[in-house]
Every structure is written in C-alpha cells, then in structure tokens.
Design a protein around this ligand. Structure first.
Ligand code: FEO
Length: 173
C-alpha cells in the first residue's frame, strides 16, 4: 500500500516523464527540420525511452494498489539556436530529472517505503547514464566546432542508435 504522499509524487513523476518524452519528440522534429536526420532519429529513440520511464512508474503505482491519475502535459519548447544548444538543453533537462529522482528517493526514505526506494535504484543508475551520454555528445560537438564533415559523421553515428525496451519493462532489472 502506497502512502498518499508517495502516490502523489509518483503520479507527478509519470507526468514529468511524459513531458520529457514530448520534449525529445520536439527536439527530434527540430533536428529533422535542420538537416540532421541522424540526430532526429536519436531523439526519437530518446522519446521512446521516456515513455518507458513513464510506464515503469505507471505499472509500479498499480502493482502497489495505488491510483494513476494522468495530468495534462504542458507545452514544450519547439525552437533552439543550434544543434549544440539542443544537446545542452538535453543535459540541463536530465540534470533536472536527476534531482526529481533524488527528491523521490528522499521522500521514500522519509516515509520508510523500502519498495519504492528499491524501484528507484534503476532510475538512479539510468540518470548517471543519461547525463554522461548528453555530456559526451556536447563534447563531440564542441570538438567538431561546425566542421561539415565532422557533423556529417556524428549525425550518422547518432542515427545508428536503436531502441531497446527498458529492462524493468522487459522483465529484467
Ligand atoms: Fe526519464 Fe531521461 O529521464
């Protein structure tokens, strides 16, 4: 049985993950419209991953006998100054999500909710990866510094990314 406080916080996180999905779909659209189809595809995979994150929370709330209440998804930005700016915004957003996950963890500790703490462990590890990936792409873009061939190669590399269902949904850890 979930406490009301935890149930509300988990529902807010479902909304935050759906907003993230929406944000990355918008970034995918920006990249496609600005001649970066590989990066566009990379963000489409990111969009699917965020939907997975929302579904992990969704299924968890149900499994603990809680109620899911879906709120409206607020509008997301649609314009960025450059490809570098898109990935800098990605990193800033992931840092924000990390702090949301940390807050959830602190609340679960305060409420002595060990099951929720255990479920959140996957997200704590995932956020380390999310921030590192965005930082690596930013570093690459800065190194390339608008070199056409470099951008072409990076776009191609990012376009090779494929979607894999998140482990907690696929039956793994
Ligand atoms: Fe759901 Fe990218 O964190």
């Amino acid at each position: 049985m979930l406490s009301k406080k935890i149930e509300e916080a988990l529902n807010a996180q479902i909304n935050a993950e759906m907003w993230s999905a929406y944000l990355y779909l918008s970034m995918a659209s920006y990249c496609h419209a600005n001649g970066k189809p590989g990066m566009g595809k990379w963000f489409e995979v990111q969009f699917k991953e965020e939907q997975d994150h929302a579904m992990i929370f969704f299924k968890y709330v149900i499994s603990r006998g809680g109620n899911v209440s879906l709120k409206a998804i607020e509008p997301v930005p649609t314009e960025w100054n450059s490809t570098l700016n898109v990935f800098e915004s990605t990193l800033a957003h992931e840092q924000k999500v990390t702090s949301l996950i940390n807050d959830l963890c602190a609340l679960a500790t305060q409420e002595n909710d060990y099951a929720t703490q255990s479920m959140l462990k996957w997200f704590i590890d995932e956020q380390v990866e999310e921030e590192e990936t965005a930082q690596n792409i930013i570093d690459n873009l800065k190194m390339i510094n608008d070199n056409g061939y470099g951008l072409y190669m990076l776009d191609k590399e990012l376009g090779a990314r494929t979607y894999t269902q998140a482990a907690p949904l696929a039956g793994g850890e």
